[in-house]
Each structure stands twice: as structure tokens, then as C-alpha cells.
Design a protein around this ligand. Structure first.
Ligand code: ZN
Length: 68
């Protein structure tokens, strides 16, 4: 089990073994994932922050910065 800080809220988030786990939502040990945004940047976010991102348009790094 590894931990990584969320780029949105800054909390330390448990991450699972690999990218194969990302859609296995019943795996509670994985609490976040890396997203590639519409502007080409990559950010690691916990699921709580992902829920707070706008879903009616493309998400950019500015939206991630606004999560704090
Ligand atoms: Zn977060």
C-alpha cells in the first residue's frame, strides 16, 4: 500500500497496486487516482475532490487549484 498527497485537498490518500484497480470502486483501499485533464496536465486526486470537479465541461488545472 502506498500513499500520495491529493493535489486538491492535500490529504494523504491510500493508493492501490496499479492502474488495473482504478475502476474497482469496491476496493476501499484505493482512495484516489491520477487524472489527465483537458489541458494535458496530470493531477492525483482523491475521490472526494473528483466529486467536486465540474462535470459539465472540461476540467483544467485551474479547477484543481480551486479545490483547496
Ligand atoms: Zn482531495
Amino acid at each position: 500500500m502506498a500513499k500520495q498527497p491529493c493535489d486538491g485537498c492535500g490529504q494523504s490518500v491510500n493508493i492501490g497496486g496499479g492502474i488495473a484497480n482504478i475502476w474497482t470502486l469496491e476496493n476501499k483501499q484505493t482512495e484516489g487516482m491520477t487524472l489527465e485533464l483537458a489541458d494535458g496536465t496530470e493531477h492525483f486526486l482523491c475521490y472526494d475532490c473528483m466529486d467536486r470537479l465540474p462535470d459539465d465541461r472540461d476540467v483544467t488545472a485551474e479547477d484543481v487549484a480551486a479545490l483547496e
